[in-house]
Write a new protein. Structure first.
Ligand SMILES: [Zn+2]
Length: 106
């Protein structure tokens, strides 16, 4: 995903910005909670914090949908899959913006 440009590592400034709104996120690799105020990597598996770039995903999927239409006009709509992926990412971003109930205890 990183090689394809869909996922990029977060800059320290972005991590600090997210830490202002959310105290705890969950590691994409192992699922462990990561306290953003204590570190910028997962304390359990050392994975760096990364971000799924919705713009890059959307652009790539539009390219694939266009390529599919050009080669097989009657192929099933790839746009439906793209919309589903974008909705998933929007939900994830919304969850990041809203403080998690477990974070309120800290
Ligand atoms: Zn982890």
């Amino acid at each position: 995903m990183i090689e394809k440009g869909f996922v990029r590592l977060l800059t320290p400034a972005e991590i600090n910005d997210i830490a202002q709104r959310v105290t705890v996120i969950h590691c994409n690799s192992c699922g462990a909670p990561v306290d953003l105020k204590k570190g910028h990597a997962c304390v359990h598996c050392r994975s760096p914090l990364s971000l799924l770039d919705p713009t890059a995903v959307e652009k790539a999927l539009q390219g694939y949908a266009h390529a599919v239409k050009a080669t097989a006009p009657s192929a099933p709509a790839a746009v439906g899959v793209a919309d589903a992926l974008i909705m998933l990412e929007r939900d994830r971003q919304r969850a990041l913006r809203e403080p998690a109930p477990s974070a309120a205890r800290c």
